[in-house]
Structures are given as C-alpha cells and as structure tokens.
Design a protein around this ligand. Structure first.
Ligand SMILES: Nc1nc2c(ncn2[C@@H]2O[C@H](COP(=O)(O)OP(=O)(O)OP(=O)(O)O)[C@@H](O)[C@H]2O)c(=O)[nH]1
Length: 211
C-alpha cells in the first residue's frame, strides 16, 4: 500500500454547557466507548484522532475537551488559541443548554479567528438525541435558519450513547477546515510563513473543493 504523503494536524475545540456530553462524544469518537457515569471535566482534557481522509492524506485531530463549568470559564479561554475549528454542543433534553449556544458562539468568535481574519469553522451538535427531541430540533427549518444566522457551517443530531452522527459531524467540520486552509495558503506569499499556521502543520493542500 502506498504511504500517505499529505499530513494535516488540526486543533479542534469541543465546547458547550456543563454535562451536555462533550467528553462522551470525544470518548465515543476516539475510543469507541461510552459510560453513563458522569465526572465533570476539570479545566481541559485532550485526545487525538487520526483520520485516513483519502488514500494520500492523513488528518490528525487534536480534540480539546473544554470544561463546561462556569468557574473554569476565564481559565479555559486561553486554550482557544490556534484552534482551526470547533464543535459547540448542547443537550436536546435541556433547553437552557440550547439557549446558551449563541453565547458560546459569539464568545468563540470574539476570541478566535483564522490568520486571514475570518471566523473558524464551527459545527453545532444537538447531543443525546437518543433521549427524545424536546428542544426545537424537530423543526429542521428553524435549526438551519439558526445556524445560518449564527455562522455555523452545519448541525447534527448526535448521540454519544448510540454512536449517532459523530463521524459525520467530524467529516463535515474537517471538510470545511481543509477548504479554509486552501484559502489561507492562497493568501500567503510563497516565502512568508505566518506564525499561526505552525499549529496546523501544513504539508500541502488537499481536500479543497476548488481544486
Ligand atoms: N443518553 C445519553 N446520555 C449521554 C450522552 N452523552 C453524554 N451523556 C451522559 O451525560 C452525562 C454528561 O456527559 P459528559 O460527557 O461528562 O458531559 P460534558 O459536557 O463533558 O460535561 P463537563 O465536562 O462537566 O462540562 C454523562 O452521564 C453521560 O453519560 C448521549 O448521547 N446520550
């Protein structure tokens, strides 16, 4: 088998209110397991997922699991630095966690942007969909509209418990990040490397919709 020759390393944030399932989503995605036992995240946690994007390309995702607890708020924001994308998660059984989504998004946009000044790609996850659809997510049109208004690149109903849509949501986010990276590469002069890009270790540009 031919060895992959394009590699990308992306830092991704997973944020949202307390107990919405951020850690569980990462655990399901990276370790293929789930626990119903709840243990609050203290500060920040990490996990690495390797994706064989296509036969020539490997994408390494560094997932930063940021504590939802308010008391860690100011501390955790420093970890946003140099992220290339994010998932914002809410719990479909707790409407208040959906109401907080716009705040998470505007906070993220105020603290993080791409080197070209554009916002980073963010996918919204309506988690715990195995438990019902109490929030407005059963109205697809409203969610699409909400995402458009708030600048999300997409949204998915997910379940860490039942392993629903987590891979799909990740692929959607990575696809947008790869496309953003193509734009960034085009805007950079050939012999100038912007310091921000060192975190995403660009070997070459792939997956670009415009190619
Ligand atoms: N039914 C169901 N329960 C879930 C799902 N995802 C997470 N949970 C449960 O929800 C609780 C909180 O999950 P966590 O993953 O710890 O939530 P978190 O967002 O990481 O919490 P903090 O780190 O404290 O902000 C745990 O008891 C999980 O088992 C899901 O998709 N379905």
């Amino acid at each position: 088998m031919q060895a992959p020759h394009k590699e990308h390393l992306y830092k991704l944030l997973v944020i949202g209110d307390l107990g919405v399932g951020k850690t569980s989503i990462i655990k399901r995605y990276v370790h293929q397991n789930f626990s119903s036992h709840y243990r609050a995240t203290i500060g920040v946690d990490f996990a690495l997922k390797v994706l064989h994007w296509d036969p020539e390309t490997v994408v390494r995702l560094q997932l930063w699991d940021i504590a939802g607890q308010e008391r860690f708020g100011n501390m955790t924001r420093v970890y946003y630095r140099e992220a290339m994308g994010a998932f914002i998660v809410f719990d479909v059984t707790r409407p208040a966690t959906f109401e907080a989504v716009a705040k998470w998004k505007s906070d993220l946009d105020s603290k993080l942007s791409l080197p070209n000044g554009k916002p980073v790609s963010v996918v919204l996850l309506a988690n715990k969909c195995d438990q019902g659809k109490d929030v407005l997510i059963n109205n697809g049109l409203k969610m699409d509209q909400f995402c458009k208004e708030h600048g999300f690149v997409g949204w998915f109903e997910t379940s860490a418990k039942e392993n629903i849509n987590i891979d799909e949501a990740s692929r959607c986010l990575v696809k947008h990040i790869l496309a953003n990276e193509c734009d960034l590469m085009e805007s950079i002069e050939p012999d100038v490397v912007k310091p921000h890009l060192t975190s995403s270790k660009v070997v070459s540009c792939s997956g670009c919709a415009k190619s």
